[in-house]
Design a protein around this ligand. Structure first.
Ligand SMILES: NC(=O)c1ccc[n+]([C@@H]2O[C@H](COP(=O)([O-])OP(=O)(O)OC[C@H]3O[C@@H](n4cnc5c(N)ncnc54)[C@H](OP(=O)(O)O)[C@@H]3O)[C@@H](O)[C@H]2O)c1
Length: 328
């Protein structure tokens, strides 16, 4: 399950409005045959990609390799599984979906392939997709709930927030290896591209007045040809130079307010700022995404909020991207 979690975290937020989910197919000896993670809404779910990878490792049949479409993968696996999956287990961080959404139900695919055991992390509480575990149990599959549940529930937070009509809010920060966050570009093009992909999935970006005046940013998603989120400038002033590029981006709403309440009109919110912003908002924000460059920079190191627990880290080019959860 930890491997399923690690696979899923790579795509955290990028799957929104869908949940980030990971899955691992293994045999009785504990050999891992396939790992999959959901990458983007409308594309195959984690279970399907893990089953595809397992099929590839169990057969010499390369016809499946070029199939990317979710429905086509379901159909191919159902037609060609040849009892290959009968003694296998799938671990999945979230209960397999039980409905036709943009893709067919994973629960019925798992049942059709005859997997022996399904180990689930989090319950799916969503009205439309829940019930996959009970469906599989009724079909005689051995289903185990709650494996690494706390970690799987944490992974699921953006989706859980969406289901409760609450925004998922995270503070994104770029730091040098010695902790400096000021003085222009800090991380590599790879990290900045990742940030643009994340912005594309966000509907609001919150930024401090001082950063707007100092950096004169655009805050769009041009590096991944994505959509630019709306902007909330948190400020006690309303005298911003309207030639600052962020004001000129089409199809975007820019609000200026001394209150953060506007975030409640949105579902996925990224906050970007410096030390002052971190100090002002850290009591309200639980999630932090930090891109750390391997290079030093001149300046004062930032003081991070206390109580941050690192949940996941991965390399993005030469940088390291880490998700933190603030417990206090
Ligand atoms: N490395 C990174 O990821 C990153 C990201 C963003 C910015 N930065 C850098 O950080 C530096 C700026 O950092 P900073 O913390 O001084 O500025 P900031 O991020 O703009 O945050 C401070 C500003 O937020 C506004 N603010 C804070 N609390 C508020 C409240 N309760 N009500 C209303 N407005 C409030 C104020 O704007 P007003 O003064 O307009 O009232 C204040 O000047 C710049 O050098 C920038 O390049 C780094």
């Amino acid at each position: 399950m930890q491997k399923a979690l690690d696979a899923a975290w790579v795509h955290q937020v990028l799957t929104f409005p869908n949940p980030s989910v990971g899955a691992v197919v293994s045999n009785d000896q504990g050999d891992i045959l396939g790992i999959g993670a959901h990458k983007k809404a409308g594309t195959p779910h984690a279970e399907v990609l893990a089953l595809k990878a397992a099929y590839e490792s169990l057969t010499n049949d390369t016809r499946i390799t070029a199939i990317d479409d979710a429905t086509a993968l379901h159909t191919f696996l159902k037609e060609h599984h040849n009892q290959l999956f009968h003694n296998l287990t799938i671990h999945v961080t979230l209960e397999p979906c039980n409905h036709f959404g943009k893709t067919p139900p994973c629960a019925s695919l798992i049942e059709a392939l005859g997997l022996k055991r399904v180990v689930i992390g989090s319950f799916d509480e969503s009205v439309s997709a829940k019930g996959g575990g009970a469906f599989l149990e009724k079909k005689g599959v051995n289903v185990l709930f709650g494996c690494l549940k706390e970690a799987c529930d944490l992974l699921l937070t953006p989706f859980t927030c969406k289901e409760k009509n609450k925004p998922f809010v995270f503070f994104k920060l770029a730091v040098s290896s010695n902790g400096v966050t000021t003085g222009g570009i800090i991380t590599s093009e790879d990290s900045r591209k990742m940030v643009h992909c994340l912005r594309d999935r966000c509907d609001l970006l919150v930024i401090g007045g001082n950063t707007v005046r100092t950096d004169r940013p655009i805050l769009d998603a041009r590096l991944c040809e994505g959509k630019a989120p709306d902007i909330l400038i948190l400020s006690k002033q309303n005298t911003f130079d309207r030639t600052i590029p962020l004001f000129g981006v089409p199809h975007r709403l820019v609000s200026i307010s001394d209150s953060i309440d506007k975030i409640n009109d949105y579902s996925m919110v990224m906050v970007e700022g410096g030390q002052g912003f971190l100090n002002a908002l850290s009591s309200k924000i639980k999630w932090y995404l930090i891109f750390e460059s391997p290079h030093e920079k001149e300046g004062n190191p930032i003081v991070l909020p206390v109580g941050l627990e690192k949940i996941f880290s991965q390399k993005i080019g030469e940088d390291t991207m880490s998700w933190y959860y603030k417990h206090v």
